[in-house]
Design a protein around this ligand. Structure first.
Ligand code: PLP
Length: 226
């Protein structure tokens, strides 16, 4: 007997939640302090519906365009739906992003901070904001360099009036993730930030052990992307 896609997603979610709880308890942390973001990029609205039906409320997308097509009706039907942008944000999509997303994990450069400041003022409410740090200093990857992170966070807060609440990182694919997570934790502590967006399908338990407050899990919930 084959399970339906909805059954598979519900079972995967239960499994991920159990692993999150176990990793949290092993680190003497409260599982309720960890937000599971179900990353639904490249999966259709039915997949999101199935996760919603299984009690999931936080979702992640990496493209504004894709999210604009997928979520307006879902958000209207599910007011608790909490949508996180986890991919790069172009300045010309900032207004669209603010209209749709409850959190932006990819504040990564001065020009974006400069655009978001007035747009947030105009919108009248701010999303949760994470500064992305390029912990592996990979040239092709977005994010501020670790050595520039504290100055950039201060500039976001003081000059652009942005209520930054946390940091986000994507460790290099070939590296052991733990040192990258530890570096993010250290920078967050130095900046006085409490939110840590780190950990994906392959390493969210490690991230939780090190202090993640937001884990971004796609494949382990929705399966492989096309
Ligand atoms: C796609 C993506 C994820 C989810 O990755 P999985 O390995 O499928 O869990 C997490 N974070 C970011 C920034 C992503 O782009």
């Amino acid at each position: 007997m084959t399970a339906t896609i909805a059954e598979t997603i519900a079972a995967n979610l239960a499994d991920v939640r159990a692993k999150i709880a176990k990793a949290a308890r092993a680190a003497n942390r409260d599982p309720a302090a960890i937000t599971l973001i179900a990353v639904a990029k490249m999966h259709d609205e039915e997949a999101v519906q199935a996760a919603l039906a299984a009690g999931q409320t936080a979702f992640g997308e990496n493209r504004v365009q894709e999210a604009k097509a997928k979520y307006p009706a879902l958000k209207a039907a599910h007011p608790a739906l909490d949508l996180h942008l986890i991919g790069p944000l172009q300045t010309n999509k900032a207004r669209d992003a603010l209209a749709l997303f409850d959190a932006i994990h990819t504040l990564d450069r001065e020009s974006l901070a400069e655009t978001l400041g007035p747009e947030i003022k105009r919108a009248g409410s701010a999303p949760k904001l994470f500064v992305q740090v390029n912990t592996g200093e990979e040239p092709q990857k977005a994010g501020v360099a670790p050595k520039d992170a504290l100055a950039f966070i201060a500039r976001c807060r003081e000059h652009h009036g942005l209520p930054v609440t946390g940091l986000m990182c994507i460790p290099p694919a070939q590296d052991t993730p733990a040192p990258h997570f530890a570096l993010l934790v250290k920078l967050a502590r130095e900046a006085g930030l409490s939110d840590l967006s780190m950990g994906m399908s392959g390493d969210y338990e490690t991230a939780i052990r090190l202090g993640a407050t937001h884990v971004r899990v796609g494949t382990a919930i929705f399966g492989a992307r096309g």
